[in-house]
Write a protein that binds this ligand. Structure first.
Ligand code: ADP
Ligand code: MG
Ligand code: ZN
Length: 381
């Protein structure tokens, strides 16, 4: 009997924002002295109030747009309750229903992978175990993470790895994460089950595998787990629904907890953060920004085929260099877009991005954005 693997991935991507998710502590935590980047909010002290980081929200949405997701106009944060020493407040702020992004997709050479959702959450602190002590470092507590969840429609280790590599590439291209695996910027969870070849229904169990922090581990874990489950099924046994951990030294997965011990997180809406609302204009700006990013990085990139491109910033030449011509176009754009213009005058710097985008559009990308920027600024002063 032949079996095929059914794989779904959960990918945590550490966002490279300036500050943490809900406080103003620096998010640049790599190799910093333990507990040097903390405050009452990210330590989870009673009474401290979280304030969501707009940049983090925007970065998740950019990623979602690039992956053909729908952006929810209404979204909110939720509390996921559990006890752990590196989570002193007793809950993690995450999202449950109405994630920022839903229903996306990404093409791979083995077929399309369906993305269920991408939501935003805070990371926890870090526990370090010595012989007789547990040490806690809260620098990582409150670091923003995008969590991308796929549908279980990945069918092989090769496809899973290709998908993850493309996500890493895209995160870098968009500048939403440094996407450095060695620094733990991307962490993977593998969900895997087997079904008889040709069957369509999802198996009635899944095994979740944690501790996968490289593409090599991912490949090894799929191979090991496929074999383990196949042997059980062939022997007429059932595969337990459980959480296992990947042990690279042992080259095997090890049981961590069974289904009966699964946590009940008692999610409920986070009462300290008002619901989020996004209007058409905001989403329009994001789309504009996305097309600019993709455009600047490589003229040949289109949203669907970013992966084909070489990602280089250099050597873009612009055929439209006539300052008078450009000034004329900028004036048109200013006249056509009173709202962004007044936003800019009120101090919203990113309205400039939008205006530059409009000029780029009119010149079909043939104007130098730096030159356009200077002209817009001088005309608006
Ligand atoms: P939840 O964590 O809310 O219970 P699911 O169990 O539906 O959500 O999905 C969690 C992850 O497990 C997703 O990435 C999904 O694709 C994957 N998954 C769900 N069912 C299976 C299955 N039978 N085999 C492999 N992966 C699965
Ligand atoms: Mg999970
Ligand atoms: Zn803080």
């Amino acid at each position: 009997m032949l079996y095929e693997s059914v794989i779904g991935l959960e990918i945590h991507i550490q966002l490279n924002t300036k500050s943490k998710m809900f406080c103003s502590c620096s998010n640049d935590i790599w190799k910093k002295p333990p507990n040097s980047l903390v405050c009452p909010t990210c330590l989870g002290l009673p009474g401290a109030l979280p304030v969501p980081n707009k940049e983090a929200i925007k970065k998740v949405q950019l990623l979602g747009l690039a992956l053909n997701c729908t952006l929810n106009k209404n979204s909110h944060f939720a509390r996921k309750n559990y006890f752990y020493p590196d989570l002193p407040k007793g809950y993690q702020i995450t999202q449950f229903s109405d994630a920022l992004c839903e229903k996306g997709r990404l093409e791979t050479s083995f077929g399309e992978v369906a993305i269920r959702r991408i939501h935003l959450e805070e990371d926890t602190g870090k526990s370090m175990y010595t012989k007789d002590e547990t040490l806690l470092d809260f620098n990582k507590s409150g670091v923003p993470l995008a969590e991308l969840v796929t549908e279980p429609n990945i069918t092989s280790a090769a496809q899973a790895v290709e998908f993850c590599k493309k996500i890493r590439e895209l995160a870098r291209l968009l500048g939403v994460s440094n996407a450095d695996m060695e620094k733990g910027n991307i962490r993977l969870e593998l969900n895997i089950s087997l079904r008889k070849e040709g069957e369509k229904a999802l198996p009635n169990y899944r095994v979740e595998i944690k501790n996968i922090n490289s593409f090599k581990f991912l490949k090894n874990a799929v191979a090991y787990e496929t074999k383990r489950q196949e042997e059980l099924l062939k022997a007429g046994k059932e595969v337990l629904q459980e959480t296992r951990g990947w042990s690279e030294s042992g080259k095997k997965t090890v049981s961590q907890r069974k289904k009966e011990m699964e946590n009940d997180y008692r999610y409920f809406p986070e009462p300290d953060i008002p619901p989020l609302e996004f209007d058409e204009k905001y989403v329009g700006m994001l789309k504009q920004e996305l097309s600019q990013v993709l455009f600047y990085k490589d003229k040949n990139i289109s949203e669907a085929s970013f992966e084909k491109s070489k990602i280089t910033k250099e050597k873009i030449t612009y055929s439209m260099n006539d300052e008078n011509e450009l000034s004329k176009l900028v004036k048109e754009v200013i006249a056509e877009n009173p709202a962004p213009v007044s936003d800019y005058r009120m101090g919203k710097e990113n309205a400039l991005q939008f205006l530059i985008g409009c000029v780029m559009k009119k010149t079909k990308g043939q104007s130098n954005p730096k030159m356009v920027l200077d002209i817009i600024k001088s005309l608006l002063e």
